[in-house]
Write a protein that binds this ligand. Structure first.
Ligand code: SF4
Ligand code: SF4
Length: 180
């Protein structure tokens, strides 16, 4: 009881806090970054803006399957797919609309994509005064993907012409014959 009373009148916690603050002020270097002049290095696995990826020959990886749309808990992805011209067995995302303002950066869409067409970039500067700027289309996402991931995955081409493989994601499927 007395101990508690003494503790209260001597403001122990405040003194402890002040000692810690002084220690940081005098002994340790400041930990504050002078943003935007200084930017901290982001760790691997950082989840920034969602981007779309291409293969090394420039073709889009996305096959318009809409699995990302189904996986997204925020309902911020809308995919409108269509047949590839001259190849009715293959599809692509004719339109891909991503509402960044609703994204919670969970990366469920990245995990759901069977062809590794999505990735979380390290871009995080997207403040704007116009909410419409946060609605990204496929072209914008691919442009950001090119910047964020300049090293592209090699495109896998199946050696059988009759074989139309949609799921060519390297991490999810065994390697397919690769043309040199
Ligand atoms: S990161 Fe999560 S919230 Fe954002 S688009 Fe992907 S699934 Fe949706
Ligand atoms: S899951 Fe992948 S391939 Fe399917 S629509 Fe989404 S981005 Fe495209």
């Amino acid at each position: 009881m007395i101990k508690k009373f003494l503790h209260q009148i001597m403001f122990i916690e405040i003194l402890q806090g002040m000692v810690l603050t002084l220690k940081h002020l005098i002994i340790k270097r400041p930990i504050t970054f002078q943003y935007p002049h200084e930017k901290r290095e982001l760790p691997d696995g950082y989840r920034g803006i969602l981007v779309q990826l291409r293969y090394d020959d420039g073709t889009e990886k996305c096959v318009g399957c809409s699995l990302c749309e189904a996986a997204c808990p925020s309902r911020c992805i809308k995919v409108i797919s269509d047949e590839v011209d001259g190849n009715p067995l293959q599809r692509y995302a004719k339109e891909y609309i991503f509402d960044l303002s609703k994204c919670v950066f969970c990366a469920f869409c990245v995990a759901a994509c069977p062809v590794d067409a999505l990735a979380m970039s390290k871009f995080y500067e997207f403040s704007t005064t116009n909410k419409r700027d946060l609605i990204l289309n496929k072209e914008k996402m691919l442009e950001m993907g090119d910047k964020a991931f300049p090293v592209r995955q090699k495109r896998f081409v199946p050696d059988k012409k009759y074989l139309n493989i949609f799921n060519l994601g390297k991490k999810n499927f065994p390697p397919v014959h690769q043309k040199s």
